[in-house]
Design a protein. Structure first.
Ligand SMILES: N[C@@H](CCC(=O)N[C@@H](CS)C(=O)NCC(=O)O)C(=O)O
Length: 285
């Protein structure tokens, strides 16, 4: 079977498990982690929150630091944490091994430029291949929501906005809201997509949201985040949402920085937000 278990630990009455699999979309072995709440079983499938992490992360940062298990167990939602880029021999990296491009920095796009396009197809991996695999092998429903942090917040927003039929709700911590106009975004989008900036627009949440969004969106942002002004620019996303009637709540949180200390302080709110929208669809069925 194209799915290999590499760890499992009981936590909060449920299970944290890591797997690797041969991923077709990104042409390499990929690792992911799943938290299954105690009530998940073949006769009681549960909805899933997909979590996308930020620069330098892999499938473990959120699982080890966010403190999400007890609330997810209580709410009965699974959490899947993906890796942040393709990995392994033959996967190209930034020429200086910089932290903000290449390995650990896939930016959740489908690259069009060589040599990146052979492996860096993270948008398809996250939106298609990973959910199909998870739904085929674990006791989960097709209902899913999407969240993430920083580069992963950008990933959650852009993938959610472009595939609104696939998700029930979107949230983000400290997302890169306008990557076409910040240093992290310009570096990665120009390399992955080329220099024609019109090709970058479909990976910019502040642009995509102008087309509207039927899903509710929750964004938390620390006011003491060192990247707030230079890289993240949440006010631009809020302005575009308000101008286009999108249900987006931006909460500026005084004193919080960019770290997982911030995420762990508000993750329960995000889990409850997603559970409400996932459950609401359950009730309609
Ligand atoms: N290494 C970079 C920042 C990288 C960074 O802050 N990464 C965030 C996501 S953008 C993260 O989650 N790091 C891993 C962690 O805190 O566990 C720097 O020092 O400027």
């Amino acid at each position: 079977m194209n799915l290999q278990n590499i760890s499992q630990s009981k936590v909060a009455g449920g299970w944290h498990k890591q797997y690797q699999h041969d991923a077709k979309s990104v042409n390499c072995m990929m690792q992911f982690a799943i938290f299954l709440p105690p009530n998940a079983s073949e006769t009681n499938k549960v909805p899933v929150l997909y979590w996308l992490s930020g620069l330098t992360c892999d499938d473990q940062n959120f699982m080890q630091k966010a403190g999400a298990f007890k609330k997810a167990a209580e709410l009965g939602i699974a959490i899947v944490c993906a890796d942040t880029s393709p990995r392994g021999d033959g996967v190209p990296d930034d020429e200086n091994a910089a932290y903000d491009f290449g390995l650990g920095a896939g930016f959740y796009v489908n690259a069009t430029q060589a040599p990146w396009n052979k492996h860096y197809q993270m948008a398809d991996y996250i939106n298609q291949e990973l959910p199909a695999l998870v739904e085929a092998h674990f006791p989960v429903t097709e209902q899913k929501s999407i969240s993430g942090h920083s580069m992963g917040g950008h990933g959650a927003l852009t993938i959610g906005l472009k595939n609104q039929q696939n998700y029930q709700s979107i949230s983000a911590f400290s997302p890169i809201c306008n990557p076409i106009d910040c240093p992290w975004g310009k570096k990665s989008l120009s390399n992955y997509l080329g220099n024609n900036q019109s090709d970058w627009l479909e990976y910019d949440a502040s642009q995509l949201i102008k087309a509207g969004c039927i899903l509710p969106i929750l964004v938390d942002q620390g006011e003491a985040d060192q990247f707030l002004e230079t890289q993240l620019k949440p006010q631009r996303l809020l302005n575009a949402a308000e101008e286009n009637g999108v249900d987006l709540l931006l909460r500026m949180q005084p004193g919080y920085d960019h770290s997982y200390f911030f995420i762990s302080s508000f993750i329960d709110d995000h889990l409850a937000f997603h559970a409400k929208h996932l459950k609401a669809i359950n009730d309609i069925k």
